[in-house]
Design a protein around this ligand. Sequence first.
Ligand SMILES: Cc1ncc(COP(=O)(O)O)c(C=O)c1O
Length: 336
Amino acid sequence: MEKKNIDWSSLGFAYVQTDMRYVSNYKNGAWDDGCLTDQANVTMSECACVLQYAQTCFEGMKAYTTQDGHIVCFRPDLNAQRMAASCRRLKMPVFPEDRFVKAVVETVRANAAWVPPYGSGASLYLRPFMFGSDAIIGVKPATEFQFRVFATPVGPYFKGGIKPLKLRICDYDRAAPRGTGHVKAGLNYAMSLYAIVDAHEQGYDENVYLDSGSRTFIEETGGANIVFIKGNTLVTPKSDTILPSITRRSLVQVAKDYLGMEVEEREVALSEIGDFTECGLCGTAAVISPVGTIVDHGKEIHYAGFGPTIQKLYDTLTGIQMGRIPAPEGWIEVIE
Ligand SMILES: Cc1ncc(COP(=O)(O)O)c(C=O)c1O
């Protein structure tokens, strides 16, 4: 199969329309058979529930080419599980988890020419999502829904070299206690837009959110979970209001089983973050991105950036993903 004529190494993190996407519609209490389509636009009522009341959730994952030339996807079963959890919380019908994985695989296969080659640093980002599509004017859930998966090639996160991130402790909150912080609801991201634009204007790469109940514990950033390193220990916040990152859960296992580290998943107080030597943000897009500085209202806390432990975690996880290091059972879904 001939690859698209793209300069893979110059790709950024932006939408590029690819050839095919997967669509399934829910009506009268059931999902239809679903199919691939070349239609990238969606037409719906001006009163669609997603447009009025933001009834939508999504996932983010990557397909890429391994060292031995296979196209694979990393732990798509966990994305399927998390999307099911998001749907339940948002009163949307679950798209069956096995069908979710099949839809992702079909979408990747249909766009195989868009999967960047091994070693390019680029990957095919997959965006499964669902929205309430019928007209709803009183505040209640939709009765009709659409599930879609599109694909778009994206560039390496560390473009132009490795620059440790500069974060700030954010004065806005991300998620309320007993709210929707633990699911991937579009509304969580809508409310973070003001804060991220403001952070960028002030010269920061990302916001670190605190727990909105007491504002004394570290939660996560707008688009990634956070890990800290002290000695041979990885410490990561445990909270009911953060998104359960698949990358973070994988890194915890890598730290324990591959690197022989201790792992503490617990509340992390803002007052203790100066005790750590390294800090990283983890997510699908970032894998693990080194943090250089966290600014807490004028007080600067500095970390080692790409310190030795963050580097080891990065090398081991990307080694597993790219097929250079044996993966735990079930982590790699081979597509072709
Ligand atoms: C708020 C938030 N936290 C964490 C993550 C990282 O999750 P994952 O590792 O599953 O991509 C993401 C990205 O999906 C996110 O949007």
